[in-house]
Design a protein around this ligand. Sequence first.
Ligand SMILES: NC(=O)c1ccc[n+]([C@@H]2O[C@H](COP(=O)([O-])OP(=O)(O)OC[C@H]3O[C@@H](n4cnc5c(N)ncnc54)[C@H](O)[C@@H]3O)[C@@H](O)[C@H]2O)c1
Length: 275
Amino acid sequence: MGGDMGQVQGKVALVTGAASGIGAACAETLAREGARVVLTDLDDPRGEAVAARIRERGGEALYLHQDVTEEARWAEVVAETERRFGGLHILVSNAGIGIIGMTVEMSLADWRRQMAVNVDGVFLSVKHAIPAMRRSGGGSVILMSSVAGLRGSAGLAGYSATKGAVRLFAKSVALECAMARDGIRVNSVHPGVIETPIWEKLPAGQGGGRNAPIDARALAAAGVPLGVPGQAQDIADGVLFLASDASRHMTGAELVIDGGMTAGRVGNLAAVRQA
Ligand SMILES: NC(=O)c1ccc[n+]([C@@H]2O[C@H](COP(=O)([O-])OP(=O)(O)OC[C@H]3O[C@@H](n4cnc5c(N)ncnc54)[C@H](O)[C@@H]3O)[C@@H](O)[C@H]2O)c1
């Protein structure tokens, strides 16, 4: 850090869900590449710790408490970002939750909570960040979707509904910005199985009400062609590309970082040969 040729040198970035996993890696990577970063989350101790780590390494970072589902707070967070850092160029709308369960067993409250964080939160982020980005002369909006936003998955119907919504929301906002000639690009990112704390928070064991963590490595061994889960840094590297001018001709696109999950299955031919 502190070099003068970072890939996002001089830009101001806002990352939601930045206290953990993918969001923390995005904030640290953007800071390393020269951006001044505002990190927001519900988890203040972890969020402050990530911001402190960035500052220890010579970067500029500010942590703010934020529930992405609350509109009034969005106006404050964007205003504080402009006040502290003089503008806004990069939005990484990353905060999200996953609730597992068969649809017939899912409560309406769980469905709504997941929609509120994953969809309302993304809508509010875009609604409030874009005017600030226009005042700054343009920028890049990156919305965290999922492989679950590209294909279905039993037990994840509600989550898939939210991530599919994010995917097409990104494309539509990309077109609105293109129409406005405002210099803002909007893209979605689609991680596969990434080893982050989210897997320890997913309520598993459908119908049983157990709270068993899911082992991302076992899941990846069974369902990811490359055989291993991705790391948060693998997603942050893609986000950095979308945030930087290296992706200046990309808007309304999907960046899939999934170890081959959406390409198809491996091993079928070998199984047939053995039979
Ligand atoms: N880990 C994966 O395998 C994976 C795969 C595909 C997509 N994703 C998506 O990537 C994003 C980040 O996931 P992660 O794996 O880093 O999860 P994580 O649980 O490690 O981090 C998510 C962060 O979001 C915060 N958050 C939750 N609700 C919030 C709210 N209402 N307001 C503000 N912050 C809130 C949490 O406190 C947490 O710090 C999510 O949108 C997730 O759906 C993750």
